[in-house]
Each structure stands twice: as structure tokens, then as C-alpha cells.
Design a protein. Structure first.
Ligand code: ATP
Ligand code: MG
Length: 547
């Protein structure tokens, strides 16, 4: 991570804190809840937390915020660890909020002893009702002044599983008239008679996010606790707990704008809905914005990191255009992807003046953009496949591909002129006949005559069959998070996945490497190593058509 660039308002705060000797070193953390797989939004947070720690020779922890056992699963913990590894980040420590359950429980007893927390037996509906609104103060719970001793006993019993779920909660005693609703006696523990994936049956109560988070930060000596803007209103509560519990180390919460990406949902809960409703095939469906999905379609980790550094970190909400991410992916792939030729929608091209049926070898550059490129052999012959969309009858003068009488370059090979177009009974073009200029081998001629277009091709005899998966945005609306309140199925782009079988590929791809290839004029394609017949996922299209 040596080339990481940070420079944002948080960086400035940290640099000031260090200059003023507020800390000797800094500690940050990335705290996902293991209730789903990581998505692009998390990458922004990961890059921010890890790169700041790195820049100031500090440390960054990974903390699983696992206080909601009904929603959390080991498979998500495993997935998150894998995703972090894919991105190339190594946490200082792997922690869990559940590591601190004892400490959190003891701290809650401190609050009770200080008469700053009480057991409330109101129903969840009553608590909600009595909370008030932004314009109306809340109403004190009738249990607010319960004696400390009774609170202690009840809280112990809650812990031991003596009560049913929802029967009572532990609340902080702050101010029911506070203009900040988060300070109106927030719930800090609820009863959940549910086993936890790590602590088993030990607990029948689980701490709430706001309480858990600041205490966990303090225990881990976090200096700067970075979170998204929606927690700004929670900061007074974060600071209240730290003050009342008299933690020596007082982490500072700093909020930044979450990543919003057009046509994309960035929330684990909402993404889970897509998986549960089988709108996608799983968390790693390549149309998902998860790291697992991006990896499956060959997006290099550096492209993701570069993207996050390019968009930067501010306090102002905005929606980033998807093309910004695609640009970073292409920049990364363009350098590394060898070229190859594939025909998605093949029609036959027969060269009438090509003598014999023999195959000849054409040499092509694997990396034409590099001076020192390797070469590969591509078979060429009398019969080729080209794209159906590279032929048009009665084409306009500026059409740069095949129409009768027009000469076109067959990439790396020869110039060919279309002499006949053959159609089936339905009027669809099935084949074209061409003549070729034998002297134009290599795709150029001595007389330097120009051809208008260059198209890709494969040998009909020597090509291999493959399945290509083409992806578009999953949603046909720019802001799907808003539309998600309605019937989500109405907003799915029907063309988001196109599976195209029997595509024709040059034979060099019969055993593809575990890399992304650039298929000339079609885009970047990642070889799927899990299938018997060659299959490729389109990572992204090319910047513009090279027609
Ligand atoms: P959920 O929908 O379950 O709340 P989430 O997608 O918001 O899930 P969390 O586990 O709540 O993910 O978040 C883990 C960390 O990642 C938090 O620090 C959070 O602020 C950060 N994070 C989540 N989404 C984004 C985002 N879109 N942009 C930047 N940071 C994010
Ligand atoms: Mg969240």
C-alpha cells in the first residue's frame, strides 16, 4: 500500500492531532457487521481507514460488529476476511464486538450504579410512542426512577434469561426533552434469547450499536473512529457514554459522506433482499456491487482502490457516475490484458479467391500497447467467422464495415472486399463472400491504400466454442435505493445478464489462463476457471467502439 495517496479533511484532522501531541500514534478500525458480504461502499471505508493508518505508521483493526446474532453468520465472517485479503489489506488485529460482551456488561452496571441507566418495562410500542418527535419532547418512562438496586437485580435476571424477548430493556438515562432524539433515553441492551455464533448460550441480552461501538473503540484504543454521515447525530451519544464511563482513551468520531453510486445499491441489508428474493443468483452474481461479484468478473483490486482514492473523501453527499469506476477498471486492465479475438454473433465469411483449404498462420501482438510484446499465432483460412453486425446491405457511404463492394481490413490478416451477401428465407444475412488481396498480409499494402474499417474474425475451422456472459446495470433507474420501497422487480433491467452460447473464439483460448483478456472490439473478459467448456464474464466494455 506504499503508493496510497490520502489527503482529505480527516487526514488534516489527524495530522493536527499528531502535531499537537494529542496521540503518539493513530489507531483506526473497519467495523462491518457480519450480516452480508462487503460492497463497494465498504471499500471506500477500508481504503480510508487502512491508508490513514499506513500513512501515519498507525494501525487499523478489523472489527466484526457482531451484536445481532439473528442476522449474523460465520459465512459472512469468512467472506469478509476473504474480501479484505483480495483487496490486499492486512488488519493489525481481528476483533469482534462479542470479545467485549463481559466488559460491555460490566460497563452497563457502572451506568446503573451511577443512576445513569434503568430497566424499562414499557412495550416497544410504548417506548416508541413516548419518545416524542423533533417538535414534541418525549415523555419519561414510569420506570425511570426505579431504585438502583432493583435495576441491578433486573438487569442480572435479563442476562440470565429469566424473561421473554421484548419484556424489558436497559435504557440510558439522559434527557427525554433533548432536541437530539438519540439522547432521549436510548435503549442500550435488549433481551434476545438467541444463541450467538461465538459466545453460544452465554448471553440472553445483547448490546445496541451506539453503546457497543464507542465502548469497543475505547477498549481497542482507537483514536479516530470514522463513520458515515448518518451517524453525525449519534456523536453526542457516543461522547456521552465515553464520558460517563470515564474511559481514559477517548476516541474521536469523524463522519464522512458514504459512497453512493448511480444504478447501484450499497447496503448489505438491501443487497440481501436481492439474494433472498432470487433476483440475483447469489452475493457473487457479477451484477452485484459486492467484492465477491467484482472479483468473479475479474475486476482487479487495484482498480477498486484507485477508484476510492480518485473520488476522495468529503462531508458532502453526492452520487458518483458508474463510468468513473469503469474508467479505473479499464485503466488497470488495459495495461495488463492480452488481446484475443472472439466473435459473439457469428456469420460465415468465405474468401472465394483463397486457394485451397489450408490454414495459414497469422502472427499477432498480445500486448500491442507495449513495445516489448509477446506474439501469438492465429489460424486463418478460406472460411472465417465475423460478427453479424459487421455486415449491412444497402449501407450508407460512411459505413465502415462490409457491404457489397467495400474493402475492409481483417485485423492482423488481409484486406478483403465483399462481393456477395447470402440470406436465408427470413431475409437474415447468414454468410458473405469476399475476395482478398494476398499482398495485404499483415493488414497493410505497399500502395498504402486506405480501408475504412478493421474488424475482428476467427477461423471457421479452427475456432473453439465458448459461452460469454455480458452484464449491464441490474437496475433501470438511476437511484434504485429510493425505488426499492416499491416492487423491486419492476426496476430490474431485463438485459442485465445476457448469456451467449456458441460464440467463436480463437483456439489459443481453449485453455485460458486465470486472467482478463481484451477481446478485440468487445471488451474485457475474465476466464471462468470453474467451467468445463470455456466461459468468460465480461468485466467491462471498451471505452469506445474501435469501429
Ligand atoms: P447494513 O445495511 O447492514 O447497515 P452496511 O452496508 O451499511 O450494512 P455496515 O456493516 O453497517 O455496512 O458498515 C461497515 C462499515 O462500512 C461502517 O464503518 C460504515 O460506515 C462503512 N460503510 C458502509 N457503507 C458505506 C458506504 N456506502 N460508503 C462508505 N462507507 C460505508
Ligand atoms: Mg450500516
Amino acid at each position: 500500500m506504499d503508493d496510497m495517496q490520502t489527503n482529505n479533511f480527516i487526514d488534516n484532522i489527524i495530522s493536527c492531532d499528531l502535531k499537537n501531541k494529542k496521540h503518539d500514534t493513530i489507531f483506526t478500525r473497519f467495523p462491518p457487521e457480519p450480516n452480508g458480504f462487503l460492497h463497494l461502499g465498504h471499500i471506500k471505508s477500508i481504503v480510508l481507514n487502512f491508508s490513514l493508518a499506513d500513512k501515519y505508521q498507525g494501525l487499523c483493526n478489523l472489527r466484526f460488529d457482531d451484536t445481532n446474532p439473528q442476522k449474523e453468520e460465520q459465512k459472512y465472517i469468512d467472506g469478509i476476511l476473504r474480501d479484505l485479503k483480495y483487496l490486499g489489506f492486512k488488519p493489525n488485529k481481528i476483533c469482534h464486538s462479542s470479545d467485549y460482551f463481559d466488559k460491555l456488561y460490566d460497563s452497563a452496571h457502572i451506568l446503573i450504579a451511577k443512576n445513569l441507566a434503568f430497566v424499562d418495562e414499557q412495550t416497544p410500542e410504548q417506548i416508541k410512542e413516548n419518545r416524542g418527535t423533533l417538535t414534541k419532547p418525549g415523555v419519561d418512562s414510569p420506570y425511570r426512577n426505579r431504585p438502583i438496586k432493583e435495576n441491578k437485580e433486573l438487569f442480572n435476571k435479563m442476562k440470565n434469561g429469566d424473561f421473554a424477548n421484548g419484556k424489558m430493556v436497559l435504557r440510558a438515562k439522559i434527557d427525554m426533552a433533548s432536541p437530539n432524539l438519540n439522547l432521549r433515553d436510548p435503549v442500550i441492551y435488549r433481551i434476545l434469547n438467541v444463541a450467538h455464533q461465538r459466545t453460544g448460550d452465554k448471553w440472553h441480552i445483547y448490546p445496541m450499536y451506539d453503546y457497543t461501538h464507542c465502548v469497543s473503540d475505547a477498549i481497542e484504543s482507537i483514536t479516530h473512529s470514522l463513520c458515515t454521515l448518518e451517524f453525525e447525530d449519534h456523536r453526542p451519544l457516543y461522547n456521552w457514554f465515553l464520558k460517563k464511563l470515564e474511559f481514559e482513551n477517548k476516541p474521536r468520531q469523524i463522519e464522512f459522506a458514504a459512497l453512493n453510486l448511480e444504478r447501484t445499491i450499497l447496503s448489505k441489508r438491501k443487497l440481501k433482499q436481492l439474494v433472498d428474493e432470487k433476483i440475483v443468483s447469489g452475493w457473487d452474481d457479477p451484477r452485484m456491487p459486492t467484492i465477491a461479484a467484482l472479483e468473479k468478473k475479474g475486476v482487479p483490486p487495484h482498480a477498486l482502490i484507485n477508484f476510492c482514492q480518485m473520488i476522495g473523501v468529503t462531508k458532502k453527499d453526492s452520487v458518483i457516475e458508474y463510468s468513473a469506476l469503469d474508467g479505473c477498471i479499464r485503466d488497470e486492465l488495459n495495461k495488463k490484458s492480452p488481446r484475443a479475438m472472439a466473435v459473439i454473433n457469428p456469420i460465415k465469411l468465405t474468401i472465394s479467391n483463397y486457394l485451397g483449404n489450408d490454414i495459414e498462420i497469422i502472427r499477432a501482438k498480445n500486448y500491442p500497447q507495449n513495445e516489448t510484446t509477446t506474439l501469438r499465432d492465429i489460424p486463418f483460412g478460406r472460411e472465417l467467422y465475423i460478427e453479424a453486425c459487421d455486415v449491412m446491405e444497402n449501407a450508407p457511404a460512411k459505413y465502415r464495415r462490409f457491404t457489397i463492394g467495400r474493402e475492409v481490413r481483417l485485423k492482423y490478416a488481409y484486406y478483403a472486399t465483399c462481393t456477395d451477401i447470402i440470406k436465408n428465407d427470413e431475409g437474415t444475412i447468414t454468410e458473405i463472400i469476399c475476395t482478398y488481396d494476398k499482398k495485404s498480409k499483415g493488414g497493410k499494402t505497399d500502395d498504402k491504400r486506405k480501408v475504412k474499417g478493421t474488424i475482428h474474425w476467427v477461423s471457421a475451422k479452427k475456432s473453439i466454442d465458448a459461452t460469454l456472459y455480458l452484464y449491464e446495470h441490474l437496475f433501470n433507474v438511476v437511484n434504485p435505493s429510493i425505488s426499492l420501497q416499491n416492487n423491486i422487480k419492476d426496476y430490474i433491467n431485463p438485459k442485465s445478464l445476457q448469456t451467449i452460447k456458441n460464440c467463436k473464439l480463437e483456439p489459443n483460448l481453449s485453455n485460458p489462463e486465470n486472467i482478463v483478456y481484451q477481446f478485440e472490439r468487445l471488451g474485457y473478459f475474465y476466464a471462468d476457471q470453474s467451467t468445463k467448456t470455456p466461459s468468460f464474464h465480461r468485466t467491462t466494455t471498451l471505452r469506445k467502439s474501435s469501429d
